[in-house]
Design a protein around this ligand. Structure first.
Ligand code: SF4
Length: 421
């Protein structure tokens, strides 16, 4: 008799990719997805902000009430933090076990041992994966950079990369499951291939070619139609790396590069170790890739951020002409360096105002690019069907929608771009 499981993702794409692989292990051991009465519920928690950690706790409590007979597992970043803090009150929340991020790949086996799963019986619920034509593939975890606003190095630990063969194996498996696009994800994928314990001196010196070599392996050893990079830190992209993107249509011409601030003074306080000028250099190089679009993450209201520094960020975002801005208002996080530096906090209301201002800039930039592509041909992977509309992303990550039939979900098509569909 197989076992019934329910995976719950709270957080980033890396979390999602880890859950996908847990499901592969569960299915291989005879497990199948069951939202009605699972034997085991695994929540991959998030601890990136105080709010995310609170949501993780609330979700776990709710699931423990919803599934009183199931084993409830807390996994991931918030769980890792609770373990490091030596907390045990999670037992009162109805949780059966807490697992952090160390040795994460081996945890699914431990979870199964908890419910004594039998090996080898695959139930009829096959084909779960074909519903999603895109899949996140974990290539790296951990981070050595210690930005002053971030807790991740403390909960995901030092940067570690996955062997090339394992990544290629995961991509082949995705292809077999009918996936058309893989997104290579991690905490600091620019650090791929280098398990260097010491934090890097300057990001500009970082060599990106190890990631380039991984891409080459995937291009040569699989036929996956679309390969996309997940969020990446600003690094010096080598000529070889750019050449690879220029010459391979299977590599999607879109980069999500975390800027975080457009003010050198704020970047310094964030310990980001690159300047506006460095970032512009990087953008100039990336723009050699045909059809490339670049999106980013920006934190507003970082401690000590003056109105002028904020204006610098707004101007810089316009200057770079990002295709998309993910804007985050700074949130206090006990234990992070920024909270210990005595910098004057920006009032919450003011953080909100700055987020709104920058989000509006983001909308204008997005409109600039969608208008620019109006009437042009783009390649789209249809991912979902809703209310008579096909929905997907273009090769360079523009949102695409078109009237059509559900049967085209999972197909890659060339379409004439109309922002409104
Ligand atoms: S690079 Fe900075 S922001 Fe990103 S995970 Fe590492 S420490 Fe956090």
């Amino acid at each position: 008799m197989g076992f019934k499981y329910l995976p719950v993702n709270l957080g980033c794409r890396l979390n999602q990719s880890e859950l996908t692989e847990m499901e592969q292990a569960f299915k291989a051991a005879g497990g199948f997805l069951d939202k009605a009465s699972p034997d085991i519920v695994v929540v991959n928690t998030c601890g990136v902000t105080g709010k995310a950690e609170k949501e993780s706790r609330q979700t776990l409590r709710r699931l423990a009430r919803l599934y009183p007979k199931a084993r409830i597992i807390a996994w991931g970043c918030a769980a890792d933090k609770w373990l490091r803090e030596g907390r045990s009150d999670w037992r009162e929340w109805g949780i059966d076990a807490v697992y952090g991020n160390e040795n994460k790949t081996g945890h699914p086996l431990l979870f199964m041992k908890m419910i004594k799963a039998e090996k080898g019986k695959t139930p009829a619920a096959a084909g779960f994966y074909t519903k999603r034509p895109r899949r996140f593939i974990k290539i790296q975890t951990g981070c050595n950079k210690y930005c002053s606003f971030c807790l991740i190095p403390y909960v995901r630990h030092l940067s570690k990369s996955r062997p090339v063969e394992e990544v290629v194996e995961q991509v082949k498996r995705a292809e077999k499951d009918g996936v058309k696009e893989v997104i290579l994800t991690g905490v600091d994928i620019a650090d791929y291939g280098r398990n260097s314990p010491a934090p890097l001196k300057g990001w500009k010196e970082a060599s990106i070619n190890t990631l380039g070599r991984l891409l080459e392996e995937i291009l040569n050893k699989t036929n996956i139609p679309r390969i996309r990079l997940g969020s990446i830190n600003p690094v010096s992209f080598s000529d070889e790396f750019i050449k690879l993107f220029k010459e391979n249509k299977r590599l999607m011409p879109h980069f999500h590069i975390s800027l975080q601030s457009g003010s050198d003074a704020v970047l310094k306080r964030m310990n980001r170790r690159y300047t506006r000028a460095d970032f512009l250099e990087i953008i100039k190089k990336l723009k050699k890739v045909p059809d490339v679009l670049i999106s980013t993450d920006i934190i507003v209201g970082f401690p000590g951020e003056t109105e002028d520094e904020f204006k610098e960020t707004v101007e810089f975002a316009k200057q770079v002409k990002f295709s998309r801005l993910h804007v985050f208002a700074y949130s206090e996080r006990p234990g992070i360096v920024a909270e210990k530096m005595g910098w004057k906090n920006v009032a919450k209301e003011e953080r909100k105002r700055r987020s709104m201002v920058l989000r509006r800039v983001g909308e204008d930039l997005m409109k600039f690019w969608t208008d620019k592509y109006r009437g042009k041909k783009v390649s789209v992977l249809w991912e979902r069907f809703r209310g008579g509309w096909l929905i997907g992303w273009s090769h360079n990550y523009l949102p695409v929608k078109q009237k059509g039939s559900k049967s085209r979900v999972g197909m890659i098509e060339e379409v004439v771009y109309k922002p409104e569909g």
